[in-house]
Design a protein around this ligand. Structure first.
Ligand SMILES: Cc1cc2nc3c(=O)[nH]c(=O)nc-3n(C[C@H](O)[C@H](O)[C@H](O)COP(=O)(O)OP(=O)(O)OC[C@H]3O[C@@H](n4cnc5c(N)ncnc54)[C@H](O)[C@@H]3O)c2cc1C
Length: 512
């Protein structure tokens, strides 16, 4: 796994080899030699000329479909091991905002629709579409910290772990995603369920103070509460339906908690309904700076026996994490969990463990390694019914490492933005497997689970919605007013429909 959001290129495909675009021309001879139809050769020649023109305007790499290194480039854009078979005409890896402007102008003029990719972590690979242009901004990855103001100016290619490490040197912190390798860009634009989210703004997107964004007309704009506030509203949650490329974020950061601590309890899977009920009781008693999260996962070595009831070779790991400055505050904050009778059912308890962000990242990256994924979620006000459905479906999961997650959100006050959190709990499930032959079984299983869960919920979160399998649920990630406002803003800023909208909501025409 890479520690960074940049594509890992296969040997022979360097980041900056300008000769790559010539590969299109080079293959022409080969195509003629193997007797490809002349119309195909003419199209390839046109494409090579077009890419050569674009390459002159762009410092970064331009890679065209049907050229030698296209497939390694395309695959390297996708973080997981499932490499969705969708093929944009052109991939542009931007080195600067000027590159992004050139790419957007070129796409508009050549009538190619654009998607943006920063870290490629989208579980459904929503940035990877047939035809059009993929603009990769992973190399815009600078971090500038203004410690006095408690702010950071950050490129979209920065990953959470790196931002956290840099901020720590200034005694600052940020509500990054729970896995450190998740880039901040798509995470923030889709909403951002980050560490200590309840205390740090509700959703991480509200820590965005300002963005630099290239809009479909090729203009570089600033969006903030004061400048282009309507566009700023869309930036805070528009996510995979956003009509522009964000090239820089100015972020509000928070004082670094000096004494983070956690309590962790491991329960047999069969106790999940009791644990879920306890989470409903404990959650509202916790201060905002204590996070409560449960993960159903394969039983760790040594606990398999205790979890050997039928359909029960898994455990529920329940953890509270206190983002505080003293051990005393941590123990007081986490007392509603430590004092709850549910803890007596735990097979293992690890109390008052000192925590670091790196430790938290590591703990979350182990159960979510690079493999094939399909992910879905609902927000819900209670857990009783959702856990009953999960318990019924889990024994039939085609994969033993598939992991449902229960996160207490509460209802922290949040400003207005496109993102819409509508429930006390976030209930997600990370179907994961390795064998491509198991794709259909795992995806069908997850769709069935969430079609049963959806009516029990209050909405969904766009960044972890199964846009591929349940596109009819995309609008449930927004309020009715928010959805209409997003559509009106798209019509205003992108009248020519230069940008693709949400994956799953539009047909995917192929040109060839
Ligand atoms: C292991 C793992 C753990 C995760 N943990 C969390 C978590 O704790 N909390 C959480 O909220 N989410 C989590 N996620 C989901 C994550 O938020 C999304 O996958 C998010 O899209 C990742 O950001 P990215 O930059 O890789 O986006 P990409 O996959 O690169 O892009 C996804 C979409 O975002 C839009 N986009 C991205 N960057 C830009 C930009 N600069 N300008 C315009 N549009 C852009 C595009 O529409 C694009 O199609 C996790 C994902 C993974 C794989």
């Amino acid at each position: 796994m890479t520690s960074d959001s940049r594509p890992t290129l296969l040997p022979g495909a360097p980041h900056t080899d300008r000769r790559l675009f010539l590969a299109g021309t080079a293959t022409l001879a080969g195509m003629a030699a193997v007797g490809l139809p002349l119309s195909g050769i003419a199209r390839a020649a046109d494409a090579a000329a077009e890419v050569a023109d674009l390459q002159k305007a762009v410092k970064g790499q331009v890679v065209a479909r049907d050229t030698e290194f296209y497939e390694p480039w395309r695959q390297s854009m996708i973080w997981q091991t499932q490499k969705f078979p969708r093929r944009p005409d052109i991939i542009v890896q931007a080195e600067s905002v000027e590159d992004v402007v050139a790419a957007v102008n070129h796409a508009r003029q050549s009538k190619r629709r654009i998607t943006t990719r920063a870290g490629g972590h989208s579980f459904c690979g929503c940035f990877m579409r047939d035809d059009g242009m993929l603009v990769d901004v992973s190399r815009l990855s600078t971090i500038e910290i203004d410690a006095a103001r408690g702010e950071a100016v950050v490129g979209p290619g920065v990953i959470g772990r790196r931002l956290q490490e840099d901020l720590a040197r200034h005694d600052l912190a940020f509500p990054t995603a729970h896995c450190g390798m998740v880039p901040i860009s798509g995470f923030l634009l889709g909403g951002g369920l980050g560490w200590n989210g309840n205390a740090w703004g509700g959703m991480a997107t509200y820590a965005i103070l300002e963005v630099e964004i290239v809009t479909p007309d090729g203009t570089v704009r600033t969006a903030s509460e004061r400048e282009n506030p309507d566009l700023f509203w869309a930036v805070r949650g528009g996510g995979p339906g956003l009509f522009g490329v964000v090239t820089r974020f100015r972020l509000r950061c928070y004082p670094r908690p000096k004494a983070m601590r956690s309590h962790t309890y491991i329960f047999p899977f069969t106790s999940a309904p009791d644990v879920a009920k306890a989470m409903e009781e404990i959650g509202p008693k916790l201060p905002l700076n204590v996070e409560l999260i449960g993960v159903i996962t394969a039983a760790p070595p040594g606990l398999e026996k205790a979890c050997s009831a039928p359909g029960c070779d898994q455990v529920l790991v329940l953890q509270s994490v206190a983002f505080v400055d003293t051990e005393q505050q941590a123990l007081a904050g986490m007392a509603p969990l430590a004092d709850h009778p549910i803890t007596k059912l735990a097979l293992v308890a690890n109390k008052n463990a000192p925590e670091t962000f790196e430790n938290l990242y590591y703990g979350n990256e182990v159960p979510f390694p690079q493999r094939r994924y399909c992910v879905d979620n609902i927000y819900a006000d209670g857990l009783a019914k959702p856990i009953e459905v999960i318990m019924r479906h889990m024994p039939h999961s085609p994969s033993r490492v598939t992991a449902p997650v229960l996160l207490y959100k509460g209802r922290p006050d949040m400003p207005d933005g496109a993102t819409a959190t509508k429930g006390n709990f976030y209930v997600s499930c990370y179907a994961q497997w390795d064998d491509p032959a198991a794709d259909k079984a795992n995806k069908d299983w997850l769709i069935a689970l969430y079609e049963e869960l959806q009516p029990l919920g209050t909405g969904s979160y766009i960044n972890e919605l199964n846009q591929e399998g349940r596109p009819h649920r995309i609008r449930e990630c927004y309020t009715a007013e928010g959805w209409a406002k997003l559509a009106a803003l798209r019509a205003k800023y992108d009248p020519e429909r230069v940008f693709h909208t949400f994956y799953g909501l539009e047909p995917q025409p192929r040109q060839s």
